[in-house]
Design a protein around this ligand. Structure first.
Ligand code: GAR
Length: 217
């Protein structure tokens, strides 16, 4: 039986689209059963509908600071659709600690940096200001702290002296779209386990690729 997944979005939904595409493979151990947006005008809603995925809008704005009130409505929708796993894809609303604890080990997020570096807002700008030569993306389990939690998968890209926030985010987005479906595949197939604060992968090994930057000419 495929695991039933909900993707939560707030905007463009390109990671959502990558997950939907990945999950279309016949051997994929999960199906994208539902896309929920906390914003009615999220572009990703149209993409999801065009791919034949059921969508729901649960506006978070009317709840203001009442995070628990929003989450009660959200949880009801997740229950109604038999959702077992959640993927956050650019979902720009913080959860209560209670909600993240209830879904611990079953809720993934993606962030465009090599966590624990550069959590929070403007990770690309943070990376450029720090002058790192490699950056990337991280899929991790969600915990009460923002952009933290056991790391499931990371992908790295070189950062060049000529990069801007826009060029770096474009390069990292390509990596995001590759690793998010793979991380969900591992979770849905039961191939990862959490030991303390660390996530381990059954049969997983390091990739043989080294990435070194800069390359001097
Ligand atoms: C992605 O780059 C994702 O990593 C980031 O928001 C973007 C959403 O794009 N998430 C975070 O920064 C989480 N802290 P998308 O809607 O096209 O997937």
């Amino acid at each position: 039986m495929k695991r039933r997944v909900a993707i939560l979005i707030s905007g463009r939904g390109s990671n959502m689209a990558a997950l939907i595409k990945g999950a279309a493979a016949p051997d994929f151990p999960a199906e994208i059963s539902l896309v929920i947006s906390n914003k009615a005008d999220a572009l990703g809603l149209e993409t999801a509908k065009a791919r034949g995925v059921k969508t729901l809008v649960i506006e978070s704005k009317p709840f203001g600071k009442n995070r628990a009130g929003f989450e009660t409505v959200l949880q009801t929708a997740l229950d109604q659709h038999g959702i077992e796993l959640i993927c956050l894809g650019g979902f720009m609303r913080l959860f209560t600690a209670e909600f993240t604890k209830a879904w611990y080990g079953r809720m993934l997020n993606i962030h465009p940096s090599l966590l624990p570096s550069f959590p929070g807002l403007d990770p690309h700008g943070q990376a450029l200001r720090a002058g790192v030569k490699l950056s990337g993306a991280t899929v991790h389990f969600v915990i009460p702290e923002t952009d933290a939690g056991p790391i499931v998968m990371q992908g790295a890209v070189p950062v060049s002296d000529h990069d801007t926030g826009a060029t770096l985010s474009e390069r990292i987005l390509e990596i995001e779209h590759r690793i998010y479906p793979e991380a969900l595949r591992l979770l849905a197939a039961g191939k990862i386990r959490i030991e303390g604060d660390v996530c381990k992968t059954a049969g997983g090994g390091p990739s043989e690729n080294f990435l070194i930057a800069p390359v001097a000419n």
